[in-house]
Design a protein around this ligand. Structure first.
Ligand SMILES: Cc1ncc(COP(=O)(O)O)c(C=O)c1O
Length: 391
């Protein structure tokens, strides 16, 4: 079965109750048992991972979403969490213990880094940050107590690619787990588990949900032992995503393929055009042939997100603000993956510590939505003209 079919067919019963196309929303805390024997046996034989036992452990909507994502990821099982960030933090908590060492890409999403530095450190887990371009040389950083390698490709803000099979393969040789934040590509365009990664993480908030109206996280595990470890941790923390958000995320997921492909087509046209414009020093987008990560992206990925960075060729903060404020179709805001275009601005130094990022005074991040690309180009063109004008 192809992914486009999976996106429609997975996670659905043959006929839903009352004949609805979509599974209705099951709102629940208490789940009633038909008799006391069933109640007493509700956790027997691993049934806690199957049966619906209590609202905080997820209802039918979480299970249907998890089943669909597991099918798309080619994984054993998927666990739903409250946000993309909690999918990451739950993974780190589940697989690292006091005295352990974890390796995290230096290009990682900022709040992941903050969690490692400010929370994991207090619980006795040491994180070190590696150059995202390290490849199989990551071996040199392994210690006797290294438990997990964390990847993200392309990385947040700098959009640096990673050689995922080389890094995951080196980790596996030493029985070290690997986990990847794959939110940018989604499993439609890159399947971490098929490239040797053990744990695939998705901020479902972005392209899965697709409409900027909820936060949710998903973690897909390569085998049942990993699934149980994560599911037990998530349950112990009382981590849960509400049924309404699970319902909406699954509804968004059904149309992921058409949305992201259309948005990526526009993103390629706009990023190519932007790279030639005065005032733009560099566009950070692996699908562009001149991007340093292009060869890896071509080798391993089957498509791209519609999110990229633009390094501006100015240190005039006021001029940049004038430019951004002049945009009308690109609204100012964080997050991404919705149907609408967005712009965000980051002052340096970026979280990524290494040069050359340190020297770029501003990084603009654009998310391309489903608007007509010619309208978006006209909007950006008008904005860029403001960049060149004096106040
Ligand atoms: C790459 C990446 N991973 C994870 C997250 C976290 O997702 P959430 O906002 O659902 O916590 C984000 C959010 O911006 C992100 O950009």
């Amino acid at each position: 079965m192809k992914d486009d079919t999976r996106l429609v067919a997975a996670g659905r019963g043959r006929v839903e109750p009352e004949g609805t196309v979509n599974l209705p929303v099951y709102r629940a805390s208490t789940i009633l048992s038909p008799d006391i024997e069933s109640y007493l046996r509700r956790f027997d034989d691993g049934r806690a991972y199957e049966a619906i036992t209590y609202g905080a452990n997820g209802t039918h909507n979480a299970r249907a979403l998890a089943e669909t994502v597991a099918a798309l990821e080619g994984g054993c099982r998927t666990v739903v969490t409250a946000s993309g960030l909690s999918a990451i933090t739950m993974t780190l908590c589940a697989f690292a213990s006091a005295g352990d060492h974890v390796l995290v890409t230096d290009s990682v999403y900022g709040p992941t880094r903050r969690f490692c530095d400010e929370v994991l450190a207090r619980y006795g887990v040491e994180a070190t940050y590696y150059d995202p371009g390290i490849g199989a040389d990551i071996r040199r950083l392994f210690r006797a107590n290294t438990r997990l390698v964390f990847l993200e490709a392309p990385g947040s803000l700098t959009f640096e690619m990673q050689d995922v099979p080389a890094i995951a393969g080196a980790a596996r040789e030493r029985d070290i787990l690997s986990a990847m934040d794959n939110t940018w590509a989604t499993p439609l365009f890159f399947k971490p588990l098929a490239h040797g990664v053990d744990i695939s993480i998705q901020a479902g908030t972005k392209y899965f949900a697709g409409h900027s109206d909820l936060v949710i996280g998903l973690v897909t595990l390569a085998n049942e032992a990993l699934h149980r470890r994560l599911a037990d941790t998530v349950m112990a923390f009382g981590e849960v995503s509400g049924p309404d958000d699970c319902y909406l995320a699954l509804r968004g997921l059904r149309t992921l393929s058409v949305r992201i492909r259309r948005q990526a087509r526009s993103a390629l046209a706009l990023s190519t055009w932007l790279a030639e414009q005065p005032g733009v020093r560099r566009v950070l987008y692996p699908p562009l042939p001149g991007d340093p990560g292009h060869a890896l992206w071509r080798r391993d990925f089957e498509g791209a997100a519609s999110l990229f960075g633009v390094v501006l060729d100015t240190s005039d903060r006021a001029a940049v603000a004038r430019m951004v404020d002049a945009l009308s179709l690109f609204r100012i805001g964080s997050s991404w993956g919705g149907y609408e275009s967005l712009v965000a601005l980051y002052d340096t130094p970026l979280p990524r510590s290494a040069a050359p990022w340190a020297e770029a005074p501003f990084l603009m991040r654009l998310h391309i939505g489903l608007e007509d690309p010619e309208d978006l180009m006209a909007d950006l063109d008008a904005g860029l003209r403001r960049l060149g004008e004096s106040a």
